[in-house]
Design a protein around this ligand. Structure first.
Ligand code: ZN
Ligand code: ZN
Ligand code: ZN
Ligand code: ZN
Length: 415
């Protein structure tokens, strides 16, 4: 590669002469939006690379590197001239068919870079097949890499040019300061307060540099800023950690009740789960018993719940999940003996009704769920359908078997 050292003078001719602080009898503030200038400085290298590659494609005697110095000079002159006449041209165009064109310096100058690159295409480079080929993209990337490695056109030099171009096209003075002063003292006084003076972000870990006028905008989006939890827990979290915090450890994260699988579809903040468990112990137990004594009447089961709660002397409220609860209930039920059922005359009717309800409810629970518990609930529902005889199960071996099965199936469910 025959790229020269990068310390050649790259500023356009007229700017070199004028580039003093003093122009006539006024003192100009030279500050500008560093972010935009940097962004524009970054489009020069890919632009130059594609201009050099397309210019030499199909010519076996010339490499992109052999034309880089000349093309770079042409590119700087082209951009300078276009930017200088930009304001006059856009005044003519204002209100015309092109009035909708963006007036953002980045868009304006990127488009100029693209225009330049397309002007430099060789005859072969103009063939549409080549322009769309992957090989072209690779070559442009490779050459850009080569220029970067060789320090052919340093960012700081590109930024110096970008700065001039921004001043030329930014006629609304949004991205550079155009203030003029009569004395150097006045200028110095202005510079320390100028909205375009650079500032460093003070949030720990952030290395962003921005214009003073952008401070608020950056601060409101800085990923390193420590802010209160979005879900209003008591913690302060770094903005970039917020999403993770909110869906993992945040005490205010909304979770399903741990007894979702047995039919409680409540959602609560995870810090309130324990409270919810003790507040709803009766209904959680009732739901659990429905799964075990499929077909038993609601009334019989409610009575059973009371017996179990009484016998448990408060220890059931600590159960964290379905598995723990089922194991304890199984234990307590063994002590209580067979489930007592109501008088015989209403028994048949009620148990059928309970059976239907139980079946429907567990199928419904299965449909609503979307996880492992769905399968469990569904299995329970399917297996229970048709089993309407309470007597068959109560106190029999089958009951133990069901308790074991449900226990095993739920054992994989964690809180
Ligand atoms: Zn200023
Ligand atoms: Zn920051
Ligand atoms: Zn939180
Ligand atoms: Zn619940």
């Amino acid at each position: 590669m025959n790229l020269p050292a990068s310390d050649v003078e790259l500023l356009p001719e007229n700017e070199k002469i004028e580039d003093g602080k003093e122009r006539g009898h006024t003192f100009h503030c030279e500050l500008y939006d560093t972010e935009i200038v940097r962004k524009i400085g970054q489009v020069f290298l890919p632009g130059l690379s594609s201009a050099c590659v397309d210019n030499t494609t199909g010519d076996m005697f010339r490499s992109p590197g052999s034309v880089a110095v000349d093309v770079r000079k042409e590119m700087i002159d082209y951009l300078t001239q276009r930017s200088e006449s930009f304001v006059a041209e856009s005044v003519v165009l204002e209100g015309g068919p092109d009035a909708a064109v963006s007036d953002h310096p980045y868009d304006i100058i990127s488009a100029m870079v693209d225009d330049f690159a397309s002007l430099k295409r060789s005859l072969f480079g103009r063939v549409s097949g080549w322009l769309l080929s992957e090989k072209r993209e690779d070559k442009i990337d490779d050459f850009m890499q080569e220029m970067e490695t060789n320090g052919f056109w340093l960012l700081e030099k590109r930024e110096a040019i970008a700065q001039i171009l921004v001043k030329n096209v930014d006629y609304k003075n949004i991205f550079h300061c155009d203030k003029k002063f009569n004395t150097a003292e006045e200028l110095a006084e202005h510079v320390v307060n100028c909205g375009f003076r650079t500032m460093n972000c003070t949030n720990e870990g952030c290395i962003t540099v921005f214009c003073a006028s952008q401070l608020e905008k950056h601060d409101s989006a800085c990923p390193f800023k420590i802010i209160p939890c979005e879900q209003q827990c008591s913690e302060n979290i770094m903005r970039r950690e917020m999403d993770r915090h909110c869906i993992t450890v945040c005490p205010m994260k909304i979770v399903n009740c741990p007894f979702y699988a047995v039919g409680c579809h409540s959602t609560v903040p995870q810090c309130m789960v324990q409270q919810h468990r003790s507040d709803n112990l009766h209904s959680h137990l009732l739901n659990t018993l429905k799964g075990i004594h499929n077909g038993a009447s609601e009334e019989d089961l409610k009575r059973r719940v009371d017996q179990i709660v009484e016998l448990s002397s408060g220890q059931l409220a600590d159960d964290r999940d379905v598995r723990c609860l089922i194991l304890k209930v199984k234990d307590l039920e063994a002590k209580l003996g067979p489930l007592e059922v109501k008088a015989a005359e209403t028994f048949g009717e009620e148990s059928n009704k309970a059976g239907d309800n139980g079946g429907e409810e567990s199928i419904e629970a299965g449909n609503k769920g979307g996880d492992e518990s769905t399968e469990v609930a569904k299995k329970g529902g399917e297996k229970s359908t048709g089993e309407t005889s309470v007597e068959d199960k109560i106190g029999s071996e089958k009951s133990t078997e069901i308790i074991n099965r449900v226990g095993e199936e739920f054992s994989s469910i964690q809180v």
